[in-house]
Design a protein around this ligand. Structure first.
Ligand code: ADP
Ligand code: MG
Length: 695
């Protein structure tokens, strides 16, 4: 691949974007389509027909033969079913066709996607509907049309629809609030830049490990002599082989119009990160799904496997995804940017207060939004934020909030500046970006960085939570302030009251500190240590009411989601447990027996030669004892899995967490000890040293 590629030419070359639309669509059709995109109104069938033909012609010119409605079912990964454009002609040939109807609506068989019981399987019908706010693109010979996925009874079965609804909710409420500041804004967009961490390992190593193949993480593996303690990998120079991967990754992402911007090594060996430039959360979410997919595909071309699991290796940092979130008006204003004037600051402080209140009141939802079997290994493990949700706002902002709350420090200034109204709020220094890497939800100057996300997650869910919770607070604020006689006075009263009520969520200290856990408990903050513990709170009454108020989810939709997540959780653990026992029985025990056989021969030979005090006897004894222990622990694990109750998902999730997971940990202990005792040539699969330190 040549380095001399022209990036601006490459960028978006496989996307049916603004430029292509302007080129290929008649002016009036383009205008109508833009209106639909802007206002979210239904698309006129005549317009759709013209757009479909233009899209098809463009896709053919890019080498596409098929099209697919691309959607995001509850599994979190994307789904696609490809249809070719061919349509038979009278003379026995084919022509390439694509109708407006085919563009707007698709009907995949919905019965095989998880629905959390929402859609009885006999009612398998669901449909996908084009989301014109996210561009179509060509990949692997198909035209991809981003779509939402619903059942025929109207219930949503995907992650995109609620995200779009939550964006609508926050836009509506933010516009109301802005009106109070004299601003007539038509749309406020939630913006996100997700930083994506991942591991790259050699494909040959991967192919030899069933645990990586079936579960995405290693279920066995003793610590290598060297881990990440030298701190020599972070931002270190990039291996040539990895650099070649990264270059191709960038090019592939750019072609798809993804703003891949930053790449570097991460803390753990073989761990890397890619950060895109932020964009609207809907597009960021589609792009992040695509990024993960492209990462995996490009990795294979370089004889790598890209691991997106949150914790592929024990004792080595896992991978996360930092969700940088802010709000931006269609007039280009970032609402979380501290202003230059006192009045701008008042507006900023009001939005800041809304976020603080939202995070405090809906801590549980934020925790739930990042809950998964994989992420449980990270949160609270001294490498990622703790499982307790708290916020970091930095010293300067803290001082300002303190001042507002106490009200006293600023009375003098307030008097002199009273004519200027809200200038009683002090100036905010421009750059407050001191970084606190341990905080789950940190203000970083002009945006919030939510850091609890696992690397494999679909970012829609956390952003649905943030958008809706903040929308709700903004709605309450607008209700209160719209009716106020003295806006400025009411504003100050509101901010002061809410800061006082919700300051417990702010913690500017070290989140990895054990003392924080104790303090958080005293503050009354939630600490849901596991997914099994967190998920059942999804449908707590306040949460159901919140989503209903903003038309994001109905109660049934939430119940179905909770069910689907619980199922995913215990099924993941079950697959891990079964993989473990399979590896013990088929690989580890036989390897140990082989080694024992060779050792026994040496012991026997030595005995014949009159040597009875060789270390082989001792080693044989140790290996024999550990192998027996492993064998029995594996029996126990299998019994635990077999004894899983026939019960509802919530009980099963608890069972797998409380009974199966500890049994798995018990199996791993003797296995990892054996790995260090059994000769290398006997060990049946690559070890951490082999996998992590390739050249
Ligand atoms: P870090 O120091 O946290 O690694 P980076 O600069 O690598 O920071 O990443 C910051 C991310 O935040 C980028 O993806 C960037 O596009 C995103 N970002 C910046 N401004 C905003 C904003 N207003 N809204 C959402 N995301 C933003
Ligand atoms: Mg970051």
């Amino acid at each position: 691949m040549s380095r001399a590629k022209n990036v601006p030419d490459l960028f978006g070359s496989m996307v049916f974007n603004e430029t292509v639309m302007q080129e290929r669509l008649p002016k009036d059709v383009y205008r109508k389509l833009k209106k639909t995109m802007r206002e979210g109104t239904a698309i006129d069938p005549d317009v759709a027909a013209v757009v479909a033909t233009a899209m098809k012609d463009w896709a053919l010119s890019k080498g596409a033969t098929h099209y697919t409605h691309w959607f995001q079912p509850l599994t979190g990964v994307t789904a696609e079913k490809h249809d070719s454009f061919i349509s038979p002609t009278d003379n026995g040939g084919v022509m390439m066709e694509f109708s407006g109807k085919e563009l707007i609506k698709g009907e995949p068989d919905a019965s095989s996607f998880p629905s959390g019981g929402l859609r009885a399987t006999f009612e398998a019908r669901g449909y996908t509907a084009w989301d014109p706010t996210s561009y179509a693109f060509v990949k692997d010979g198909s035209l991809y049309i981003p779509t939402a996925f619903c059942s025929y009874t109207g219930q949503i079965l995907d992650k995109k629809t609620p995200l779009l609804r939550s964006m609508e909710a926050i836009s509506k409420q933010a516009c109301r609030v802005l009106k109070l500041f004299g601003k007539d804004v038509r749309n406020v967009m939630a913006t996100v830049g997700p930083e994506q961490e991942y591991f790259l390992i050699d494909r040959d190593d991967y192919a030899k490990r069933k645990d990586l193949i079936f579960t995405g993480r290693t279920l066995f593996g003793a610590r290598p002599p060297k881990g990440q303690e030298m701190e020599d990998h972070y931002f270190g120079s990039i291996r040539p082989r990895v650099a070649a991967f990264m270059q191709e990754l960038d090019e592939e992402l750019w072609k798809l119009g993804i703003f891949s911007k930053t790449k570097h090594n991460e803390v753990a060996p073989c761990q890397h990160e890619m950060a895109p430039v932020f964009t609207s959360v809907n597009i960021a979410s589609d792009h992040n799904q695509l990024t993960m997919e492209v990462m995996k595909r490009v990795a294979q071309k370089h004889h790598f496997i890209c691991l997106l699991h949150e914790k592929p290796f024990d004792g080595i940092n896992g991978s996360g995804k930092h969700n940088n979130w802010s709000l931006s008006t269609d007039t280009g204003e970032n609402l979380l940017e501290p202003g230059k004037t006192p009045s701008e600051n008042a507006q900023f402080l009001l939005f800041l207060t809304a976020v603080i209140k939202a995070v405090d009141e809906y801590q549980d939802l934020l925790r739930i939004s990042v809950a998964s079997a994989g992420n449980d290994h990270r949160l609270g493990a001294n490498e990622a934020p703790p499982a307790i949700v708290s916020m970091f706002i930095g010293d300067e902002l803290q001082a300002i909030l303190n001042a507002i709350e106490s009200g006293e420090d600023y009375t003098e200034r307030a008097k002199t500046k009273m004519d200027l109204g809200v200038s009683v709020l002090p100036d905010i220094p421009k750059d407050t970006t001191d970084r606190n890497r341990t905080s789950p939800f940190a203000f970083t100057g002009n945006k919030f960085e939510f850091r609890m996300l696992g690397s494999a997650i679909n970012i829609a869910c956390p952003n649905i939570m943030i958008n809706t919770a903040v929308a709700d607070e903004l709605c309450q604020f607008a209700d209160e302030l719209e009716g106020a006689d003295d806006f400025k006075e009411a504003l100050l009263t509101l901010i002061r009251r809410e800061i006082k009520a919700h300051k417990r969520i702010i913690f500017n200290g070290n989140g990895y500190d054990d003392a924080w856990v104790v303090e958080a408990e005293q503050r009354g903050l939630h600490n849901f240590k596991s997914t099994a513990e967190a998920l059942p709170h999804y449908t707590d009454e306040e949460n159901v009411e919140l989503f209903a108020r903003h038309n994001v989810y109905t109660r049934e939709e939430m119940e179905s989601r909770e069910e689907a997540l619980l199922e995913e959780y215990y099924k993941t653990l079950r697959i891990e447990a079964l993989t473990m026992s399979d590896m013990v029985r088929e690989e580890i025990v036989p390897a140990c027996v082989n080694y024992e056989g060779d050792l026994s021969r040496v012991v026997r030979n030595k005995k014949e030669a009159g040597i009875t005090d060789g270390m082989e006897t001792e080693l044989l004894g140790r290996i024999s004892a550990l192998t027996k222990e492993l064998y029995h622990k594996c029996d126990e694990l299998e019994r635990a899995v077999a004894a899983a109750p026939r019960a509802e998902s919530k009980m099963l999730a608890d069972y797998y967490h409380d009974v199966v997971l500890p049994a798995m940990e018990e199996v791993r202990i003797p296995a990892d000890k054996l790995e260090m005792l059994v000769g290398k040539k006997y060990w049946p699969f690559p070890t951490y040293s082999d996998i992590l330190f390739y050249v």
